[in-house]
Design a binder for this molecule. Structure first.
Ligand code: SF4
Ligand code: SF4
Ligand code: SF4
Length: 279
């Protein structure tokens, strides 16, 4: 008889955090990105900067990312959660057929990840040239919000892009986040405080082990804590998968491993309370 796989408390808590943000705050990422577009437009027009809910959301998420790493991308962004869900379903289907989960862009990913900066520049240029509303209507972000509200027919271009992106999500973990998301491009440029950067004690690693690298949705080689190397911190989604996977408990954020779960819950509560107070 087949042994049933136990679902860990950590997995249950992670799913609950994602579900709460997915249902209650499905548009935080697009709201924050609108904040960026507004700031750039105001700078170009040499107008005085206006503080509004878009800019406020952006500032909250950027400060949160600097302090806690990309927790928002890892657990609270509805589009990121959608990507993980699509990839999970695709991996389940392949598992049933006794095949490995797809990783179609793992080699090309090292170059493709720069594409998101090009997308960010193109979108901002279009907004500066006055195409801001067209970008808003036809972006896959907006199509996703309409999908959430069951109004997919409002923009066929947006819906088409959303479906293409969703197909990509089935082929590679975090396809949109790593390669195309303009908001992800901004987050990846943020400095992260040392206690939120994931590292590993490389000297203690099992020879030839790549478990943390293989489980990482961003396909990162986790840096050594001895080298003072933070090179991957911007691309890391702070998802903690490498921490859960390491057989030698080598991966860490500088704090004891037993604190990972309470800290995860704490971050979720802080972010949730901030948005409850603000909106
Ligand atoms: S990279 Fe973009 S889509 Fe992905 S989780 Fe972050 S904000 Fe959301
Ligand atoms: S698996 Fe580890 S290194 Fe990779 S994104 Fe998640 S937390 Fe970051
Ligand atoms: S999973 Fe652990 S032992 Fe294996 S390479 Fe990563 S840090 Fe080292």
């Amino acid at each position: 008889m087949k042994k049933k796989k136990k679902i860990s408390v950590q997995t249950i808590i992670e799913v609950m955090i994602r579900a709460v943000f997915f249902i209650i705050y499905p548009a935080l990422f697009s709201t924050a990105f609108t904040g960026i577009k507004l700031i750039v437009e105001q700078i170009i027009q040499r107008a005085s900067l206006q503080w509004n809910s878009f800019v406020q959301t952006l500032v909250v998420l950027l400060v949160f990312t600097i302090v806690f790493g990309r927790f928002f991308c890892g657990f609270s962004c509805a589009f990121g959660t959608w990507g993980d869900f699509v990839y999970f379903i695709s991996s389940m289907i392949r598992k049933k057929r006794k095949k490995k989960p797809l990783k179609c862009f793992s080699k090309a990913g090292k170059i493709l990840r720069y594409l998101k900066y090009v997308v960010l520049l193109v979108v901002l240029l279009l907004c500066i040239k006055g195409y801001s509303s067209a970008v808003a209507v036809h972006s896959p972000f907006s199509a996703f919000s309409r999908f959430h509200q069951l109004k997919m027919a409002d923009s066929l271009i947006g819906t088409g892009l959303f479906l293409l992106v969703t197909a990509g999500m089935a082929l590679e973990p975090r396809f949109f986040c790593r390669f195309l998301c303009p908001m992800g491009a901004v987050f990846s440029l943020m400095p992260v405080l040392p206690f939120s950067v994931i590292k590993r004690n490389r000297e203690n690693c099992i020879p030839n082990c790549k478990a943390c690298n293989l489980v990482c949705p961003a396909n990162l080689e986790i840096p050594s804590d001895k080298e003072g190397d933070n090179a991957t911190s911007g691309e890391c989604f702070s998802c903690g998968k490498c921490i859960g996977k390491c057989p030698k408990q080598n991966t860490h954020n500088g704090l004891p491993r037993r604190l990972w779960l309470p800290m995860l819950v704490g971050k979720a509560v802080i972010l949730f309370v901030i948005f409850r107070i603000l909106y």
